[in-house]
Design a protein. Structure first.
Length: 179
């Protein structure tokens, strides 16, 4: 599923230009906005979202879109995903976060690949893909520790895996939709 999502995103394609990149950022905001709102409404993992460092990506996406000339009104009017994975329980939230947090590792690769070609950097147009910067490994390990604590039973692990799978499916459907 990870490979299928990478193919759907097409971020490392030689065809990726600044306009397509900005559209992809819009798409990410369309998913991450409702995802983060849902996670925050649940209240279960708010501490994890900001314990070591803020894990929210929406502010970074907004900054990147502003870099590409999107006004606050335009950003607010962008389509939002209505099909999210289930996030009613701790294991479900952790399963979804597994996919989202895992993507931060790949974001570093995307930024290194696209930065020079598109004229973006960690602080200008690439904040989303640089989300944790040099702390990406530490943040991933911290998340994995939380995942282990929150999914200590077979039942919880299975629920998290089902939700991670559902998260990939939701992301694939969102990025595959017609613009």
């Amino acid at each position: 599923m990870h490979d299928a999502l990478e193919a759907a995103l097409d971020l490392l394609s030689p065809r990726m230009d600044r306009d397509r990149y900005a559209q992809r950022l819009e798409d990410f905001l369309g998913f991450y906005g409702p995802y983060e709102e849902s996670l925050h409404r649940s209240g279960e993992l708010l501490a994890l979202m900001s314990r070591e460092r803020d894990r929210r990506k929406v502010p970074l996406l907004r900054d990147d879109l502003a870099f590409f000339g999107r006004t606050p009104d335009v950003i607010e009017s962008l389509p939002r995903c209505s099909r999210l994975p289930p996030m009613a329980t701790g294991p479900q939230q952790l399963g979804c976060m597994y996919v989202i947090e895992g993507s931060t590792l790949g974001g570093q690769v995307v930024l290194r690949h696209l930065g020079p070609r598109l004229g973006i950097s960690a602080s200008a147009g690439g904040r989303f893909f640089n989300s944790y910067g040099r702390d990406v490994g530490t943040m991933w390990k911290s998340f994995l520790a939380e995942l282990a604590r929150g999914c200590a039973t077979d039942e919880a692990r299975n629920e998290a895996v089902r939700t991670a799978t559902s998260t990939f499916e939701c992301l694939l459907a969102w990025f595959a939709r017609q613009r």
